[in-house]
Design a protein around this ligand. Structure first.
Ligand code: SF4
Length: 161
């Protein structure tokens, strides 16, 4: 897996202060995509075990209280990312007590493969669907176009929205 950017302190992508990882690889080719440089699966940097450790350590760092991890891209559910993302979300759930996971994907919840669903089973908030330029609305929170749906799987995350 490759990633294009990592922000250890982010207050834009989800509720609260967060760590945010933008992975590489996306096959949706949405018209008006804001992040075309992430479409290639080999764009950016190789996601190493050191980078994975850094995210876990950042989430557990008590000097800056982060609410959780946000996974965006690119598409975290692109076939090239499934193994790396599953490993990462499993570690967050196992090693980072009380942290939530948000994930953005162009795939819709009804069309997920069993491998993609295994990741979503560990996610607290899932924002799905391609970006549709005709449905773009700058007033929307945490999504770019009105066709995209925020799925709140975690009651506490929903209460804090
Ligand atoms: S899913 Fe996101 S990254 Fe992929 S083409 Fe659409 S807007 Fe761009």
């Amino acid at each position: 897996m490759h990633y294009s950017a990592y922000h250890s302190v982010d207050v834009i992508n989800g509720v609260g202060t967060r760590c945010t990882l933008f992975v590489s690889g996306c096959e949706h080719a949405c018209k008006g995509c804001y992040n075309q440089k992430t479409w290639r699966t080999d764009a950016g940097h190789l996601f190493s075990s050191e980078q994975e450790d850094r995210i876990i350590n950042d989430l557990n760092d008590t000097r800056i209280l982060r609410k959780g991890l946000s996974l965006s891209g690119g598409d975290p559910l692109h076939p090239a990312n499934l193994e790396g993302i599953l490993q990462l979300v499993k570690r967050v759930k196992r090693e980072c007590t009380g942290k939530d996971i948000w994930l953005w994907s162009g795939y819709e919840i009804a069309e997920l493969s069993p491998q993609q669903q295994a990741i979503i089973d560990l996610v607290d908030v899932f924002i799905d669907g391609k970006f549709e330029q005709e449905l773009y609305d700058p007033a929307l929170k945490w999504r770019g176009s009105s066709n995209q749906v925020i799925h709140w799987f975690d009651e506490q995350a929903a209460e804090n929205k």
